[in-house]
Design a protein around this ligand. Structure first.
Ligand SMILES: *Cc1c(COP(=O)(O)O)cnc(C)c1O
Length: 401
């Protein structure tokens, strides 16, 4: 259990052992390819300041983030390996990219030119990875059949800009997590466009550097596409990019995050009584109701109203009534001895009972990624290594504990 220095309200238990286990599995699975650990969005809610240095220690070769703030955050926490920013960094921040040795995605000539101009003005060089849009429809040189030659022209011009140095090239898959025939065909098409783009640039004398395209789903399902480096995110944290057997059978993973809260109050409730905002639940009989200290402001989605379930004393307790901002009520009628202060597992394991992030996601009509990323900053993260609580981080108090 967590130490008393962390507010015992709602907290996330994070197993570094699980993250290490998943990382080692991935490393073995990809063989000689390098691994870029994707730690964007605060390491998918797991806390990048703790997990990124830990993954570096475990052998991660690169780190992937969405923006400069995240890159500087993990540099501050001690990460020395290269970091790639997938998204936009304004050209005004070129000095920081150079100073902190952060690599930027170069995803259009126009954008890259701005970076280069600023770099030249400052007398620095910015490392970039060329980003190709092979079918995701997001950032990158658009490598559609009709636009292919133009994309290669633009990428070549980008590579020859004086303020930039190309150290890698990448693309991102739209449907690698769809194992049906159509999804597989689309991924293969994207891969083929990417390879053609790299080859075309090489033929023009451009060094494309490290080639990488595999997200978690492709790491698992398309070993022939691993190339020089892979970019797993969700599987590092022990969740699958999709629930289909074709995907989950590829690697056994251990979920790293468990979310807990406490019982604030238990009360007997009479038949016909209403619970929570909008009176969306009316007691069909006399009941025992527990109020818990978690709500949608903690990241427990309001769509779980009358749908979710949590675990109390090793037994499942259904959510009754609307999820509030800071509280959620549970039906604990069949569970003996529930009392104020009891630990409630929102997702994770308690005894033989398990609620997975996937179950929560399905009930809320979303994906497991969103469930873990939605965890709010007011939820302290409690880290475990070899079963011991080695560190706690409470964003609300904003200091290391
Ligand atoms: C988020 C992201 C990844 C990781 O995706 P997962 O599905 O979590 O493995 C890889 N590459 C890019 C460009 C991303 O944005």
């Amino acid at each position: 259990m967590i130490e008393s220095e962390v507010l015992r309200r709602t907290w996330a238990d994070i197993s570094l052992d699980a993250i290490e286990y998943n990382f080692k599995k991935i490393k073995t699975h990809v063989g000689s390819a390098m691994v870029m650990a994707v730690v964007k969005a605060d390491a998918y809610g797991h806390g990048d300041r703790m997990t990124a240095p830990f993954l570096e220690e475990a052998g991660a070769d690169w780190f992937g983030v969405s923006n400069l703030g995240e890159a500087l955050g993990i540099r501050e926490s001690g990460v020395t390996k290269p970091i790639l920013i997938f998204g936009n960094t304004p050209s005004q921040c070129v000095s920081e990219l150079a100073k902190w040795n952060v690599t930027q995605a170069a995803y259009s000539y126009e954008y890259a030119k701005k970076l280069s101009d600023e770099a030249v003005r400052l007398g620095v060089t910015v490392d970039v990875h060329l980003k190709f849009d092979t079918g995701m429809g997001r950032l990158g040189f658009v490598c559609s059949e009709d636009n292919f030659d133009l994309a290669i022209d633009e990428a070549e011009k980008t590579a020859r800009l004086p303020g930039l140095r190309v150290t890698g090239s990448f693309t991102h898959f739209a449907s690698a997590d769809e194992p049906d025939e159509d999804g597989v065909a689309y991924t293969k098409m994207q891969f083929s466009r990417f390879c053609r783009a790299c080859d075309a640039l090489k033929a023009r004398g451009v060094d494309v550097g490290i080639r990488h395209c595999c997200n978690s789903a492709a790491v698992l399902c398309f070993p022939e596409m691993h190339l020089d480096m892979v970019r797993p995110g969700i599987i590092l944290y022990g969740l699958y990019p999709a629930a289909q057997e074709e995907i989950t059978c590829r690697m056994k993973l251990k979920p790293a995050m468990e979310l807990r809260t406490v019982v604030s109050l238990v009360k007997d409730y009479e038949k016909g009584g209403c619970i929570s905002y909008g009176r969306r639940f009316t007691a069909p009989e006399d009941m025992k109701i527990a109020s818990t200290a978690i709500g949608y402001a903690d990241g427990y989605h309001r769509l779980l109203t009358n749908r979710g379930r949590m675990i109390v004393r090793g037994k499942y307790a259904p959510v009754v009534g609307s999820v509030c901002m800071d509280q959620t009520m549970l039906d604990v009628t069949g569970i003996p001895n529930v009392a104020e202060g009891d630990v409630v597992t929102v997702f994770g394991r308690d005894g033989d009972a398990v609620v997975s992030a996937d179950e929560v996601a399905a009930l809320a009509g979303t994906i497991n990624y969103e469930v873990i990323c939605a965890l709010a900053r007011r939820v302290p993260r409690c880290y475990y290594l070899r079963g011991e609580n080695i560190h706690n981080f409470d964003y609300a108090r904003w200091k290391e504990k």
